[in-house]
Design a protein around this ligand. Structure first.
Ligand code: S3P
Length: 174
């Protein structure tokens, strides 16, 4: 069973909202396999996301994301999916994400994301001047894509890791 009670969970949300970290934790606690699309793309390409952006461009990366989602949508079984922050922005990806399982939007405040990522060099889209301003703008632009894709919105600021797990597990009736 992929969608619904006891089914798979798809974590979406902005960079630094905790998708990868929570994906690992949920996978461990629920004993579900984990599919982290950024990591799968890096492994398949044999290079980092930053290298893909620099050498092949963002559009090539976006195409890799869509192709990977198409492949994952054919797999069966209970999984935790953690996808890149930009994945729901491409309209064609939204039905694919919904097909994978119950989509949970991890919504964090821009300031929280900034604090988490201010020294991070692995997010090509947040490099350069005024990263907090960029985070605010990009989040506002993406909000509709996130909420449209999500079955559930989880405001994550102030929650402990255990509370996250409990709420997300609750989204699939566990
Ligand atoms: C991106 C988010 C990144 C990664 C790439 C682009 C985005 O993933 O896919 O750098 O467009 O928001 P995380 O959300 O895991 O940082």
């Amino acid at each position: 069973m992929d969608k619904g009670p006891g089914g798979s969970v798809v974590l979406i949300g902005f960079m630094g909202s905790g998708k990868s970290t929570m994906g690992i934790r949920l996978s461990y606690q629920l004993r579900y396999a984990l599919e982290d699309t950024d990591k799968l793309i890096e492994a398949r390409a044999g290079k980092s996301i930053s290298e893909i952006f620099a050498q092949e461009g963002e559009e090539a990366f976006r195409q890799m994301e869509t192709e990977l989602l198409e492949k994952l949508a054919k797999k069966k079984g209970q999984r935790i999916y953690s996808v890149g922050g930009g994945t729901p922005v491409r309209a064609v990806n939204r039905p694919l994400l919904k097909k994978l399982g119950t989509v949970v939007y991890l919504r964090a405040r821009p300031e929280t994301v900034y604090e988490r990522l201010k020294d991070d060099t692995a997010r090509p889209l947040l490099q350069g001047q005024d990263p907090l301003g960029k985070i605010r703008r990009m989040m506002a632009e993406r909000e509709e894509a996130y909420t449209e894709t999500a079955d559930v919105v989880l405001d994550v600021d102030g929650l402990t890791a255990d509370q996250w797990v409990e709420r997300i597990a609750g989204c699939i009736g566990l």
